[in-house]
Design a protein around this ligand. Structure first.
Ligand code: PLP
Length: 375
């Protein structure tokens, strides 16, 4: 099998699997006051330290959640609960993942004014446009770092730094799911008050994520209950999944640049090969994440190509896994024609993909063009 759908999810690494097993064996409740509880709590705090270190923050600024969807909801509704009575404006990009787009829509339905920043005529989202949308009535700006459908890198650092200079009280949130452990992500450099992370995109299990909340930023909890995670996120911590998340980050952290170079190398090869065939278009822009590439095959619907490849044991995605059956609003916002959007597939790499994988993919795409179009 050639798995090229790593933006949807990744295969857990051996270190994460072993850590999950350890977390299952150390079965105490981290909140219990006895030894079994303390042992579990120690595993949780080890993982928290690893993740905090990778983000360049302190462990008490990291809260475990069930994944980035929960982290995004916590950040957005938390910002609203903290400031939404006095201020009304929220600024997001028009290419956010549904886990930001839909909470923002809910805020709009509740009476907030949501400004969505779209790419300009060159397909670029400008930091200046994000900044210009912020005013005294704004309480939150949420902007993703790397787009999950085409790898586009948004100018978060620049936008947030401009915003913080003029409006220090505005909360800045960044969905870093497709960037963390793939490109350098440091909370301070990003000027982000809150950052959402997900485990399963970086070789940890599904169902675990984190939200970084900068010290001094006060937003109310999203989940109420037993007061775990210092009262910020109630619910017994999933010790095994937290251990898996920590182990995956520990394994990846020293290799972010080396893995990036490798991904850049195979992405360049993929683009070169695609450009050799006049029927294949590369939708992704230059300078994006090397891990995610959107391509379109003239005259072949995404699903048809996806299943053709699947029969040959090559797994890609049509658009993003979260937008099954719907035309991609991200590719639309990026200015692609309906024909290109309907023919787009997403190829997303992990650290172990190779040029041979790309060669086989391109060979089968070319075969699909010959067998399904040119018959
Ligand atoms: N944000 C982005 C950019 C994503 O790609 C995803 C997953 O596809 C999510 C959020 C949701 O993450 P999770 O599956 O951990 O809820």
């Amino acid at each position: 099998m050639i798995y090229l759908d790593n933006a949807a999810t990744t295969k857990p690494c051996d270190e994460a699997k072993a850590a999950v097993m350890k977390g299952l064996e150390v079965f105490g409740n981290p909140s219990s006051l006895h030894r079994a509880g303390l042992d579990a709590e120690l595993l949780v705090s080890d993982a928290r330290e690893i993740i905090a270190d990778a983000l360049g923050v302190t462990p008490d600024e990291v809260y475990f959640t069930s994944g980035a969807t929960e982290s995004n909801n916590t950040a957005i509704f938390g910002a609203y609960k903290a400031h939404g009575k006095r201020k009304k404006r929220v600024v997001i990009s028009s290419v956010e993942h549904p886990a930001v787009k839909n909470p923002a829509q809910e805020l709009e339905d509740m009476g907030c004014e949501v400004i969505r920043i779209s790419p300009d005529e060159n397909g670029e989202i400008n930091a200046r446009d994000i900044f210009a949308a912020v005013n005294e009535d704004t309480f939150l700006v949420s902007c993703m770092l790397v787009n999950n459908e085409n790898g586009y890198i948004l100018p978060v650092e620049k936008a947030f730094s401009m915003i913080k200079k003029k409006y220090p009280q505005v909360l800045t949130h960044c969905d870093c799911v497709q960037g963390f452990m793939k490109i350098p992500v440091k909370a301070k450099k990003l000027n982000a008050d809150m950052i959402s992370l997900s485990g399963h995109k970086i070789y940890a299990p599904k169902g675990i994520g984190a939200l970084y909340v900068k010290k001094g930023v006060h937003i109310p909890p999203f989940m109420l209950g037993g007061g775990q995670e210092k009262g910020f996120r109630s619910g017994t911590e999933s010790v095994p999944l937290i251990c898996g998340f920590g182990a995956a980050v520990k394994k990846l952290a020293p290799n972010v640049s080396a893995n990036f170079e490798k991904a850049a190398d195979i992405q360049a090869y993929l683009i070169e090969k695609c450009n050799e065939n006049g029927d294949v278009f590369v939708n992704s822009r230059k300078g994006g994440s090397p891990y995610v590439t959107s391509i379109a095959v003239n005259g072949l619907k995404s699903e048809v190509l996806l299943h053709y490849l699947e029969k040959r044991e090559i797994y890609v995605s049509s658009g993003s896994a979260c937008s099954k059956g719907h035309q991609s609003y991200v590719l639309k916002a990026m200015g692609l024609s309906d024909d290109l959007i309907n023919s787009s597939i997403r190829v997303s790499f992990c650290r172990s993909n190779t040029k041979e994988d790309v060669e086989k993919l391109v060979l089968e795409i070319n075969n699909a063009i010959d067998n399904l179009i040119k018959v």
